[in-house]
Design a protein around this ligand. Structure first.
Ligand SMILES: Nc1ncnc2c1ncn2[C@@H]1O[C@H](COP(=O)(O)OP(=O)(O)OP(=O)(O)O)[C@@H](O)[C@H]1O
Length: 802
């Protein structure tokens, strides 16, 4: 470490330069940290660090390589027994302690090796809630494979209840499937502790028949309830007869674990050797693995040894010496890239490699990366499925991955959105033994959000015979939603960690407000917000066309907006995101492709230019600001035609009052109207001109290709009068003059027409968040809120209910 410079960054961290150099985050560069450090001399460190900060890629953290934390500061992580290499990386990232969702999921995920179903507010650190157990688990598996000279496939990471199932007759299989269902039911019950899912026991998945015929299994389940059988403690402890085995959260302190709790009851039932190990004083992990491996060897079932070219069930051929340990699926490419880089930063000292497999980028390069055998693959479903189908060898190991994480799961499993997900899940669940020994992670801020049924599915129905019957379809509750996911993904006994509060997924630090205006005025308002409150702002639109139009308009208004939508080249999408992140006054105009997961530090405002179509979209869009305990502001722009969608949204989000009005200076809005009108005229003329140009170019080209001579009279009907250019130029000049004038003259006194509160005038230099906070603080606003609470909102909701 040399002459480290210290500086305080906006979030309160003291950051310090150090000699660490972040590994290249490109897919095809897996150069080791040591060789990289050797290449870089201390002399040019300053230069390297500063250029590194400037050239950060999406997902790279600015605090990386600048943290001042020391190993002593990292004690909060001790209970999770993460490897030193991971702790070192976390220290460099400046992550002194786990976030709440990490704190609650890591014990069950790391020590208990449980499947995790996690719901927590946006920006709360969910990525590492699954990333850390995966990286740590891979390290353990590798270590075990090395020290015991085992093939990784021989090591069951998570105990499986399927072994006996594989060995038994067909009718016994049926019973075991029922047992899994009963277990899922048990989890539901377990999870209704404070701070966790408030779901209650559900019988949805269990038929009466199951209940009657499976009483034996039920007893086993209740035994497990008493003993905490499902929790495998990883800490090195002596095995004694267990006393007072409490619930799983107490287990980490319990000290003693009864060996039988470490093994599946199925194993104990079928193997004498298993019970004979009760008094052995060995590491739980070793014991568990050995027992299961021994059993597998004795019985020839349960584990698959992959040496070179082996045929597996479903006729999948695996030919690779490098196991694929983990698959992480995400709904968008940008999110995949970001998660990869986040994990790379944490895994930088572990030698674990992460590959990003997404569409829109050269498949050849991704295949090359896969050939090098990365341990973790982060992917979007489309490209992944394409490569799987092409027979890419590394991906043929999908059914044997030890870890599966599905980020933004509610979105991923939405019907009709990711058609490749179904076959992917089928492939992943091809081998039942491996499926049930795989550790699964399912995370989203809106995992447990539920919706009202659409009107046509509610209430009573009149049959053809004139009979009135109650409709059978009922609103799905959170628990049913969870059960559906559990079954779909093939999870076993998941730990449910739902810490979404009354905010239903939005951060506590987020201030929410709205602007109500006519459709005609929306452009003036958005221009006002962007110019009046410069800051990193994301404007979300409901369609690609809206994004394009708004970008065009704002460009004419010299705002330098950056578009982001699915019809753009992938390279440009990533470039725009990086530009946006690097510009403190950046403006990103995006569709919902940017709504989920993107972690751009210090986004000041999120504006919904149109009311989002679903409450989930509102939560995720808004969650691009107010991340990691920082404050942020979200403004919802609503025109009268959107009132119904808005009411529905408020209802789903359990809002008891309307969103507060964002205070605007009407005089300024009025002043901007002429500018906007002119800009729109220019925009319309440019669109027409562009169309005419394209049409004539097309005709000329077609004529050239067909070797035709264009008749003089055959002038394209779309051709514009040449004088239009002059008019256009004149209008542009006029627009330029208007824009060049100060929009908000100095010393201009503020008037908030909705509040009319003189104290609010003090805030002329305030940012939007401060303005909103002040507005919320004024009695006027409170009064207005009270008025609207029981009035328009309820009216809207009533009309919605009808
Ligand atoms: N333990 C920690 N301490 C400090 N910061 C952390 C910690 N864990 C994660 N972070 C940071 O918090 C930010 C948000 O994390 P992440 O992107 O995982 O959130 P998320 O919960 O997945 O959000 P979303 O729901 O929007 O996807 C990131 O910048 C990440 O680097």
């Amino acid at each position: 470490m040399i002459n480290n410079k210290k500086l305080e960054v906006s979030n309160g961290f003291i950051v310090e330069e150090c000699t660490k150099v972040t590994p290249s985050l490109s897919n095809d560069d897996f150069e080791s940290k040591e060789s990289k450090q050797n290449r870089i001399g201390k002399e040019d460190l300053d230069e390297k660090v500063s250029s590194k900060v400037e050239k950060r890629k999406l997902g790279e953290n600015i605090l990386e390589s600048q943290s001042t934390l020391t190993p002593e500061d990292m004690l909060s992580w001790a209970e999770f027994k993460l490897q030193e290499e991971i702790i070192k990386a976390l220290m460099e990232l400046g992550f002194k302690q786990p976030t709440k969702i990490q704190q609650l999921s890591l014990p069950a995920a790391i020590h208990g090796r449980r499947d995790i179903l996690g719901a927590a507010e946006t920006g709360s650190g969910k990525t590492l809630a699954f990333g850390l157990p995966i990286i740590s688990g891979i390290m353990k598996l590798k270590e075990k494979a090395d020290t015991k000279n085992l093939d990784v496939y021989e090591i069951p990471y998570k105990k499986t209840s399927v072994k006996r199932k594989v060995a038994k007759e067909e009718d016994n299989k049926r019973v075991n499937i029922k047992r899994r269902k009963v277990r899922n039911k048990k989890v539901v019950k377990e999870s209704s502790e404070e701070g966790y899912s408030s779901g209650h026991e559900s019988d949805d998945d269990i038929t009466d028949n199951d209940k009657i015929n499976d009483s034996d299994d039920k007893n086993k389940v209740s035994d497990r309830n008493n003993t905490g059988e499902d929790f495998i403690e990883e800490i090195d402890v002596p095995f004694k007869k267990q006393k007072d085995f409490k619930d799983e959260d107490d287990d980490s302190d319990s000290g003693h674990i009864y060996l039988s709790e470490m093994l599946d009851s199925d194993d104990l039932a079928s193997s004498d050797e298993s019970t004979s190990g009760q008094n052995r004083n060995v590491n739980d992990d070793d014991n568990c693995d050995e027992q299961e491996t021994d059993m597998a060897e004795n019985e020839g079932i349960g584990c698959v040894k992959v040496i070179d070219d082996v045929e597996f069930p479903g006729h999948v051929k695996v030919k690779t010496g490098k196991p694929l340990y983990a698959l992480i699926l995400t709904p968008t490419r940008e999110l995949a890239v970001q998660i990869s880089r986040h994990l790379m930063a944490v895994a930088k000292y572990t030698g674990i490699r992460v590959a990003t497999i997404v569409g829109g980028m050269a498949a050849v390069k991704q295949e090359r990366v896969l050939r090098s055998g990365p341990e973790i693959v982060v992917a979007t479903p489309g490209r992944l499925w394409e490569l799987v189908n092409q027979g890419e060898p590394h991906l043929q190991q999908l059914p044997y991955v030890k870890f599966l994480a599905i980020d933004e799961t509610d979105r991923m499993v939405e019907r009709g959105h990711f058609e490749e997900l179904e076959p992917l899940l089928e492939r992943l669940n091809l081998d039942e033994v491996h499926m049930s020994s795989r550790q699964n992670f399912v995370f989203s801020a809106t995992l447990t959000m539920v919706h009202d049924l659409p009107a046509h599915m509610r209430g009573k129905k009149v049959t053809k015979n004139g009979k009135i019957i109650n409709r059978k379809v009922e609103k799905m509750n959170a628990q049913q939603k969870i059960n559906r996911l559990v079954n779909k993904i093939g999870m076993t006994n998941p730990k449910i960690v739902d810490i979404t509060t009354h905010n239903l997924g939005t951060a506590e630090t987020l201030k929410e407000c709205r602007i109500t205006c006519s459709l005609e005025q929306k452009d003036a308002y958005i221009y006002y917000i962007l110019r009046r409150y410069p800051g990193r702002t994301i404007v979300f639109c409901n369609s690609i066309n809206s994004v394009k139009r708004l970008v065009q308009l704002l460009t004419l208004l010299q705002c330098r907006p950056l578009p982001l939508h699915a019809n753009m080249q992938q390279r440009q999408r990533l470039k725009n995101l990086e530009r946006f992140r690097d510009d403190p006054h950046g403006m990103l105009i995006a569709t919902d492709v940017a709504a989920r997961g993107l972690d751009i530090p210090d986004v000041d405002h999120v504006v919904h230019y149109q009311v989002p179509r679903t409450a989930e979209n509102y939560v995720h869009r808004s969650g691009r600001t107010a991340r990691a305990n920082k404050e942020g502001l979200t403004i919802l722009m609503m025109e009268p035609a959107e009132a119904f969608t808005y009411a529905k949204l408020c209802r789903t989000l359990n809002k008891t009052a309307e969103l507060a009005n964002f205070p605007v200076e009407m005089e300024n809005i009025d002043a901007l109207k002429n500018t906007i009108k002119l800009a729109r005229e220019v925009e319309a003329m440019e669109v027409r001109r562009g169309r005419a140009n394209r049409a004539s170019t097309w005709r000329e080209r077609a004529a050239r290709e067909m070797d035709m001579v264009i008749d003089e009279d055959d002038v394209p009907t779309t051709q514009l009068d040449p004088s239009i250019d002059k008019v256009l130029q004149a209008k542009k000049r006029e627009l330029h003059t208007l824009i060049s004038r100060p929009l908000f003259p100095r010393g201009y006194s503020f008037k908030y027409p909705t509040l009319n509160d003189p104290r609010a005038l003090e805030g002329s230099q305030d940012n939007a968040l401060q303005v909103m906070k002040k507005a919320l603080g004024t009695g006027e606003q409170k009064k207005e809120k009270r008025k609207t609470k029981n009035h328009s909102m309820l009216q809207l909701q009533k009309s919605f209910k009808k």
